[in-house]
Design a protein around this ligand. Structure first.
Ligand SMILES: NC(=O)C1=CN([C@@H]2O[C@H](COP(=O)(O)OP(=O)(O)OC[C@H]3O[C@@H](n4cnc5c(N)ncnc54)[C@H](OP(=O)(O)O)[C@@H]3O)[C@@H](O)[C@H]2O)C=CC1
Ligand SMILES: CC[C@](O)(C(C)=O)C(=O)O
Ligand SMILES: [Mg+2]
Ligand SMILES: [Mg+2]
Length: 350
């Protein structure tokens, strides 16, 4: 499929031929959220893996503790047939410049997100395959699910098929990291990039964090206790979303009271109203026309002034302190008895 087409083809384990990774070395560049998950899952699936990290990388000890080999990105790429680019998006063009000469004709440059290809920050030579297996999950769950015998859904895209076998290799990779256990949806770099950025900004990360904080602030500003507001707007969010995750939105409506269902159905649309819909459309437009990408690249060139300020403000939000205190009191937390007692006394004193 080309970079403009949309399809809903879904692949599972039986569609993938793991022998495509026999006699293949995969260089996993980066050992963060996705990097550690891909490297360990590939290794546990019997694939030859070498991790690439800079000489002074703080991640090197973790790789060694996990029993994998770590060398520099250049050496890893030189040894590999598949180079999996799993350093942060903003770092990838810089790392690509270092390893570019190590990519031989017929090698694969593999991504977990299409940002740098779609927005032309990386322009690979024509003789390499350029593919993507993008887990629809934080990396730590990609690893945890694999270890539990489960998997996380992923997306597959081929941007460049120099060998004629790019998709087969990508499918094998998706099987080796556990995505094919849950389903691998075929897509394009464009579709993955735009939907992923939209989803994380408007719904999954930005949208939900703001919904929680505004709900919390509304209750606290009206005089209700911080603890009450935390449990109502943040803690119970997970429990409600778990029901939707397990069996759909209907299962959630079935499980909550009729009062909650009627109130939610009538008031939900009043909160997430046409203005929110218009805001979401604007967010999507900025992703589609490249405005967000330009802003993010420029922000990094300027050493992240806006990011740094917003990141700190988020950490300083009152809900974080309240949540930390309350989570420490959960009976299943492995806290020292004395610390727990101190917390209880503090909570009662508040
Ligand atoms: N986070 C996620 O769950 C998801 C991420 N993705 C995509 O996966 C890719 C990787 O993202 P993510 O896992 O979040 O990345 P991380 O931020 O977790 O990557 C951190 C790793 O990159 C290394 N690194 C950081 N800076 C450099 C540098 N300048 N040179 C060399 N190595 C460096 C770090 O090592 P060091 O100790 O040297 O800093 C560390 O090993 C991205 O394309 C992202 O969009 C896709 C789906 C979900
Ligand atoms: C939702 C955020 C994400 O897109 C992801 C975990 O899938 C990311 O970029 O981290
Ligand atoms: Mg994502
Ligand atoms: Mg993302």
């Amino acid at each position: 499929m080309t970079d403009d087409e949309f399809t809903t083809e879904i692949y599972y384990e039986s569609d993938a031929d793991e022998s495509q990774l026999d006699d293949v070395t995969v260089a996993v560049l980066g050992y963060g959220s996705q990097g550690h998950a891909h490297a360990l899952n590939l290794h546990d699936s019997g694939v030859d893996v070498v991790v690439g990290l800079r000489e002074d990388s703080s991640s090197r000890s973790a790789v060694e503790a996990d029993g994998l080999e770590v060398v520099t990105p250049v050496e890893a790429a030189a040894r590999a047939d598949i180079v999996s680019m799993l350093v942060p998006d903003t770092v990838q063009p810089h790392v690509y410049e270092q390893i570019e000469d190590e990519l031989e004709a017929g090698d694969t440059l593999q991504f977990a997100h299409g940002f740098n290809i779609h927005y032309n920050q990386i322009q690979p030579d024509e003789d390499v395959d350029v593919t993507m297996i993008a887990p629809k999950s934080p990396g730590h769950l990609v690893r945890r699910n694999y270890e539990n015998g489960e998997g996380t859904p992923g997306l597959l895209a081929v941007y460049q098929d120099a060998t004629g076998d790019a998709k087969g290799r990508a499918l094998a990779y998706s099987k080796a990291i556990g995505c094919a256990r849950a389903g691998v949806v075929e897509t394009s770099f464009r579709e993955e990039t735009e939907t992923d950025l939209f989803g994380e900004q408007a719904v999954l990360c930005g949208g939900i964090a703001e919904l929680i904080k505004v709900g919390y602030e509304t209750l606290v500003d009206a005089g209700y206790s911080k603890e009450m507001a935390y449990f109502e707007c943040l803690n119970e969010m997970k429990l409600i979303v778990d029901l939707m995750y397990e069996d759909g939105i209907g299962a959630m409506w079935d499980s909550v009271s009729d009062t909650a269902e009627y109130g939610g159905l009538t008031r939900g649309e009043a909160v997430i109203d046409d203005q929110v819909r218009a805001n979401m459309e604007e967010v999507l437009e900025e992703v589609q026309n490249g405005e967000f990408a330009t802003e993010w690249v420029t922000e990094n060139q300027a050493n992240r002034p806006v990011y740094t300020q917003l990141n700190q403000a988020e950490k300083d939000h009152e809900i974080e302190e309240v949540g930390e205190r309350l989570r420490a009191l959960f009976a299943w937390q492995e806290e020292q008895e004395s610390e727990t007692e101190d917390e209880r006394e503090k909570l009662q004193a508040d």
